[in-house]
Design a protein around this ligand. Structure first.
Ligand SMILES: [Zn+2]
Ligand SMILES: [Zn+2]
Length: 350
């Protein structure tokens, strides 16, 4: 049987780079030769140990598993004929619904596969893309336009997920938009807010290099939260009124608290970051007394994400700062966790 190299998560903070059998595919599956796979904050949380799939009340995910849900590659083999064939350059939708449960069969509006009771999530509860090959359902494949590189396509998942939240955010033309967190996700939101006609995009983070990249990508006002008080600065730049829309893209207690205090009366808050722990001391009274609409989102819009990238409306080229082979995964994780070398997005190239 043919072998492939993988980096398997085997214990908290531990990868094992080894050879395993190349997966055999079924009738409705494809084998994709992985060309690039992003490292995401979710991966880091899983690797650290204690990650709970489906939120903080759910059960802890156990090793071993091959991580990696931000995959692009070339179709190697396909189980049955489809509009996509061997040799096609593809992005892979990472969430695979069962198609049978009540969520999957619901016809009311947009139902995201994440709500499926039997969902398979690539690189979380089924093997993912830190491998030379990955087995995926044919229905998860998206053929890529010629002008989209395989590296850019590895960011389809974050673009698709970010866009789903943005699409639902309630942003209107001319809004002042505050984005808390300038990681890759925050900087995608910056570009979307500008493209959608924000009058001002305010970006807050602890790291100057991330803020500067945010400026290049369209942020108008930068707040370094390690040097200034985000709440005071944000209220000052909005004449004491606050932002029409606050997008929380860090998932930590401080920015979630700030989002409530800096949104204007009757404003919108989009929560994108997923907190790892329950958060204390949230001023929920302000949500009521300011008539704030606060929403969390999970979901992804892949076709739209491909269009946003292919048209140049959103660019990820400057977000990709590092690429490593699977053999260097320990080093890659060190850079990602310690946030050294001005890191933004790291791609693994199996
Ligand atoms: Zn991700
Ligand atoms: Zn289902």
């Amino acid at each position: 049987m043919a072998k492939m190299k993988v980096a398997q998560w085997t214990a908290p903070r531990m990868f094992s780079v080894k050879e395993v059998d190349v997966p055999t595919i079924g009738h409705d599956e494809a084998l994709v030769k992985v060309k690039a796979c992003g490292i995401c904050e979710t991966d880091i949380r899983i690797w650290t140990g204690g990650f709970k799939i489906g939120g903080i009340s759910a059960k802890v995910l156990e090793p071993p598993i091959i991580l990696g849900h931000e995959v692009s590659g070339i179709v190697e083999e396909i189980g049955s004929s489809s509009i996509i064939g061997a040799g096609d350059k593809v992005g892979v939708f990472n969430v695979w619904p069962c198609g049978k449960c009540s969520h999957c069969r619901s016809t009311s509006g947009f139902v995201h596969p994440s709500y499926c009771r039997e969902v398979k999530s690539m690189g979380v509860n089924v093997d993912g893309g830190y491998a030379e090959y990955v087995r995926v359902p044919i229905s998860a494949l998206h053929r890529l336009p010629a002008n989209l590189s395989i590296e850019e396509a590895a960011l389809l998942e974050p673009v698709a997920a970010t866009y789903h939240a943005f699409w639902n955010s309630g942003m209107k033309l001319g809004d002042i938009v505050a984005i808390l967190g300038a990681g890759p996700i925050g900087l995608l939101f910056v570009q979307m807010a500008q493209a959608a006609g924000a009058s001002k995009v305010i970006l807050a983070d602890l790291l100057d290099h991330r803020l500067e990249l945010g400026r290049e990508l369209g942020a108008d006002v930068l707040i370094n939260a390690s040097k200034a008080n985000t709440r005071e600065e944000l209220l000052r730049t909005t004449g004491g009124v606050g932002a029409d829309l606050v997008i929380e893209a860090a998932g930590v207690p401080g920015t979630i608290r700030d989002s409530i205090s800096v949104v204007k009366n009757e404003g919108n808050i989009t929560l994108f970051g997923v907190p790892a722990e329950p958060i204390r001391d949230i001023n929920m009274d302000l949500v009521v007394t300011k008539s704030v609409c606060m929403k969390g989102f999970i979901g992804a819009r892949y076709s739209e994400a491909i269009d946003l990238l292919a048209s140049g409306t959103v660019s990820v080229k400057k977000l990709i700062t590092h690429t490593f082979g699977l053999d260097r995964i320990d080093h890659a994780y060190r850079v990602a966790v310690e946030k050294t070398e001005n890191v933004m997005k790291i791609l693994l190239k199996p």
